[in-house]
Design a protein around this ligand. Sequence first.
Ligand SMILES: NC(=O)c1ccc[n+]([C@@H]2O[C@H](COP(=O)([O-])OP(=O)(O)OC[C@H]3O[C@@H](n4cnc5c(N)ncnc54)[C@H](OP(=O)(O)O)[C@@H]3O)[C@@H](O)[C@H]2O)c1
Length: 335
Amino acid sequence: MKYVKLSHVNGLLEMPMVGLGTWRAQPEEMEKALWAALDAGYRHIDTAFNYNTEETIGKVLKQWFSQGKGKREDLFITTKLPNCANRACDVARFLQMSLKKLQTNYVDLYLIHMPFSFHLNETNFTPLTNEDGSFSLDYDSDLIATWQAMEQQVDQGLIKAIGLSNFSGEQIERIYTAARIKPSVLQIELHAYLQQNELRALCRKLGIAVTAYAPLGSPGANNHFNSKYNYSIHDFPDILGHPLVDQLAQKYNKTPGQVLLRHLIQQDIIVIPKSGNSERLKSNIDVFDFELSREDMEQLNGLDRGENGRIFDFLFFKGVEKHPEYPFKHRIDGW
Ligand SMILES: NC(=O)c1ccc[n+]([C@@H]2O[C@H](COP(=O)([O-])OP(=O)(O)OC[C@H]3O[C@@H](n4cnc5c(N)ncnc54)[C@H](OP(=O)(O)O)[C@@H]3O)[C@@H](O)[C@H]2O)c1
């Protein structure tokens, strides 16, 4: 395993370059996948308050520790503050709920999951929706105040590093400028069709490590958008099935997934592929014994579709584009 040394933290904190994604994993799948992942050598787990996987992760890890297979400090755990709790007064209690479910007394990385904010349904800790199905936008939330509340949790020893997810360049700079503890990590959608060169350059300048979510293009996401939000993306991309990816997989005697992950890792990008399948889990972490040539890297760089490659624009949250902190305005305005 290779690691990225995080900046803006107290002491040394190294983030394994391959982590286990857990979005959409159902409890039984999650339990089996995490055991298989730990056996395969995964030591980095990516979850979030709203994935509903924290509880299962906590349960498996408790058993893993008690069987003497590893210690808490061997692991890197990321979780996220949900978009319905994006306010200073909610940070401590939502972090506490995550820690309790994960059965740990700290997380390695805590991210603001999304820059826009919804009102909270206190009965089930989900976003409030209006009668027409649109999401109830919270215009009063203040990202800087939320960030300062996260800094206090670092001071308390409950978080090692703090970061952002799905933020635009302008939003990252705004937080960075105001922050006492600067963001260590930015987690964004990043794959061969959406290579995020501008945001990556900004992060390099600010000493922020980049994590790629949906590194394989999130096959299956469209079904989820459809069944949960009755929303679907036309011509949903099949990056794993691109002929170049297939050709390189044959050339290096690797799988298409390994080629896509290696393309990112070779550029110092952390990846968090999700799989519930033990063979795919193993292959997704087995990406350190080959190197793509400069020419092949350039060919893969050429697959970038810029904004047209984006899958996660969050428009399945009906009305979200009206929130002043919606980060992808250019998609709506047609820039
Ligand atoms: N911050 C955010 O807003 C945000 C948004 C989305 C995701 N994330 C995080 O990023 C993680 C990864 O993103 P993602 O789950 O959307 O997409 P992904 O990792 O790109 O793709 C996961 C899908 O690919 C399949 N798969 C996994 N390995 C494969 C391989 N080697 N070959 C072929 N298919 C493979 C999986 O199916 P099987 O399970 O059947 O293998 C699953 O359906 C998430 O799980 C979550 O932790 C964060």
